[in-house]
Design a protein around this ligand. Sequence first.
Ligand SMILES: [Zn+2]
Length: 256
Amino acid sequence: MRRRPPLALAYHGVERVRLRDDPFRLFTDPAALRRHITLLRKWGYEFVTFAELARRLQEGGGRADNSVAMTFDDGFSDNHSVLLPLLQDEGVTASVYVVAADMGKPHHVVPWRRCLHPEEVVELHQAGVEIGAHCVDHVDLETLSYEAALDQLVRCKALLEDVIDAPVQTAAYPYGRANEETRRACKDAGFLAACRTSGNGSWDDPWNLPRQDMIAACTTLGLWLKRDDRYQPVVETFPGRVVRGLFHRGQVLIGR
Ligand SMILES: [Zn+2]
């Protein structure tokens, strides 16, 4: 099997939602998610939690190659009702990043969907899904001082550990944003690793690991480009119209 560098994917909700109800493209159709899993498997990836991916990176020597971590930010309730049975059916694992103060409450940008109740977080954990920290309040940590960022990370970790009665080992920075101070705060808060979005970060820094964005419109071609970290350069180089046309036509060519 061909060796591929590690891969981490950033999803949010998992449900078939009309695009006009999903202005931020936060929901992935479960059928599309299954297609992604099938392709990743075909490409030779092993599905691991983000914490496991981080441990493999720490071991070095290419241990993390051919590992993929599917991550789900914000702790949408469908991560329990839709994602969990799908993961169990496919026999794969994932990581869910929970906003501690939002548990059981409406989501901060799509209030028609609620966030996971603590009991649902426990069930996900017991089913082998990693529960990670996404701060207490979904704040942009780059706008906070070191002390305030540390407080968000420490308290989120403690609150979630209290819920699942187990260590919370990794964090996902809200909006994928983390400057040097933020990353230092994350390390000092006792996290093993943390992740960004949009391909930002580096595989060499455990508190600055990159993830690829998996928005609702992510196509097979999109996943193919993200696999090799070529997606951002393409969308930043060409006008949106060209990219959409390319994706439309390229759809049939990929998947091998
Ligand atoms: Zn988020």
